[in-house]
Design a protein around this ligand. Sequence first.
Ligand code: S3P
Length: 158
Amino acid sequence: MRIYLTGFMGSGKSTIGKILAEKLGAPFIDLDQEIEHKANKSITSIFEQQGETSFRDLEKSTLELFLMDPFVMATGGGTFIHNRDWMLNHGTVIYLDLPFEKLVTRVGADPKRPLWSNSRKLYDARIEHYRQAHHLVDASEDPEKIADKIKNLIYQGS
Ligand code: S3P
């Protein structure tokens, strides 16, 4: 089984993904890290030097590299928005749902997140897309509990 975690910046995709992967005995992949590795530069530098369109191309080609099974992947906040059908067809997409106000308290003013300055508008525009994931999970709980919930969803389909 391939599991893609999606959700806005700060929703806990990487933290929860690592815990979930361990619980499932599956490899964990952090897509942003893989992109940085492939480009040999940080996400911030890619945005600054090449722009968002170039980042999205790189994000797509990196995403599509992972076809082994199983894995748990923490994707970037925009990955599902830009690759929705592909992701829905290649694995199970879990949306980590958190209200904008809670994300703000978690992320604060993070200079390492190039799109954060536009976050309110982005959140409002993305929310309906995120809701097209296979499963929606409340991400306000403890990461361990959330990982258990996802594991149950996957095994029981409920
Ligand atoms: C982005 C989120 C970031 C990263 C890039 C673009 C987005 O990942 O992929 O800065 O479009 O929301 P995180 O969600 O892990 O911060």
